[in-house]
Design a protein around this ligand. Sequence first.
Ligand SMILES: Cc1cc2nc3c(=O)[nH]c(=O)nc-3n(C[C@H](O)[C@H](O)[C@H](O)COP(=O)(O)OP(=O)(O)OC[C@H]3O[C@@H](n4cnc5c(N)ncnc54)[C@H](O)[C@@H]3O)c2cc1C
Length: 572
Amino acid sequence: MAVLGFVSEQGAAMGNDLHDQADAVVVGGGLAGLVAACELADRGRSVLVLDQEGAQNLGGQAFWSLGGLFMVDTPEQRRMKIRDSRGLALADWMGSAQFDGPQDEWPRRVAEAYVAFAAGPMRDWLHGIGMRWFPVVGWAERGGALATGHGNSVPRFHVTWGTGPGVLAPFVRMARAHEAAGRLRFAFRHRVTALDIAAGRISGVSGEVLEPTDVARGQRSGRGVVGAFRIEAGAVVVTSGGIGGNLARVRAAWPEARLGPAPDRMVCGVPAHVDGDMMDVAAFAGAARINTDRMWHYTEGLRNWDPIWPDHGIRILPGPSSLWFDALGKRLEAPYLPGFDTLGTLRRILSTGHAHSWFVLSQSIIKKEFALSGSEQNPDLTAGRWGAVLKARLGAGGKAPTPVEAFKQHGADFTVAATIEDLVAGMNRIGAAMGDPVLDPASLRAQIEARDGQILNPFAKDTQVTAIRGARAYRGDRLIRTAKPHRILDPAHGPLIGVRLSVLTRKTLGGLHTDLDGAVLDAEGYRIDGLFAAGECAGFGGGGYHGYNALEGTFLGGCLFSGRNAGRAAAG
Ligand SMILES: Cc1cc2nc3c(=O)[nH]c(=O)nc-3n(C[C@H](O)[C@H](O)[C@H](O)COP(=O)(O)OP(=O)(O)OC[C@H]3O[C@@H](n4cnc5c(N)ncnc54)[C@H](O)[C@@H]3O)c2cc1C
């Protein structure tokens, strides 16, 4: 099919009604969309990538991400003496996913295929297009319950040099090369509002041309409409992301029976364009949505003191040593330890009737163990500067990395004090502004002293103390992620730090029901001719390949895998 017209930002500004044609339309210029578009263009198809945001937003959420990828049995793991295998990774995945419904057939098959990919060609493919990884493989989501349950048995979180922008870079480069060769075009500020149907198949898309925008990347842009468009296409690939930027949608889909009531207050871990509207558009055209109540939200959210998008929250990636207290001041029991079981901890926190919780830690812990998720919070890794990484991560000068220290200084959720009594007074001052229950300093002191007594005991029964020792058995954790065990109340490791944590929305685990090719299925499970989906809007493949729980690094990984499959299949 030849390309007839040309959609441009100038056209949009002039308010023309635009008609155009391409072999394939990709709805969404995030990571999944870019991967799919490159696969299509590699196969000689003419591709039009539409995005509701401006050109400055190319890459979507992946730009903001930490760039962590779930890969299995890699040279990076072997160098760190981590023995991993496809079998172990699959067992971990299934223990976490806990697939339990007939609709989980395709999600389960996509999960199996992804694990095979992650243990097979994934790294060579990405290495071949220029990606490299930080040598210390991270150990996210450790589970902490039974061997058959949720969690990563071994470290598998491969942080890409350059973080999220480093993951995007090869695909942006390849897409731009296809653009220069005339095979691929971008049309920004084009918001798809309908999938067109002709002769029983998807025949293209239509929508609104939005007013031009010059907001910075990630900021909320205007929704003024200046025109309309219609594109005919042989195939449409939907890669429009999840729902995490729309708190009303998150609340409406919240699995109250499983997690407890939806928090009345949350911070937002994704930009406003992660609005979920396009999934309604696909559903209107007959696409089935499954597992809509499965989501992946974090419990360690901070209110960003320097926000980019509305309600902007930042997630702490904690090491294992911070003491975690619920809203009533009771220490969380195992397995609800920092970095172990995200949704289990969320359920535990919400069971108090409150959505917030508290970390109490020492300066020695914050400097070694606190990392913040996001490319802009890790300028050293994002810039790929070795010297800066080592200096920041080894805690030069007794300080935490600069972005963490900035939160400590400016963040509304932090308080610092020399004694536990003063610290709890500071925590209660933060809580008073939020209507929180008042914390009792004597109770916190007693719980911390009891834990501190165990840290000096080589035969401790406190599970968090044994978890810290377990973490330090891994060279990577010992080097940069786990503070030397010490008494929290030891002034030599002070000052004390209290941090109020909010629920932070992030990932959508369910989505458009697809098969392994990314072909979108209808309510009866039949393929909808001409319609494909990939990335977060497809639950990262199949309509929810994580099942109920994620092992981390599987979101970007899932965009790469499902985008590649959908792009190839849509090329015919
Ligand atoms: C701070 C942060 C850290 C993260 N860290 C990691 C990590 O380390 N590892 C990991 O695996 N994952 C991580 N993630 C998650 C991961 O980045 C996302 O899940 C992933 O990038 C989603 O990509 P996507 O292409 O599916 O969707 P998106 O990136 O959301 O892109 C969708 C695009 O579609 C456009 N769009 C939506 N609707 C329409 C419409 N109707 N018409 C036209 N365009 C539309 C949007 O404007 C957007 O540009 C992180 C996310 C964040 C925010």
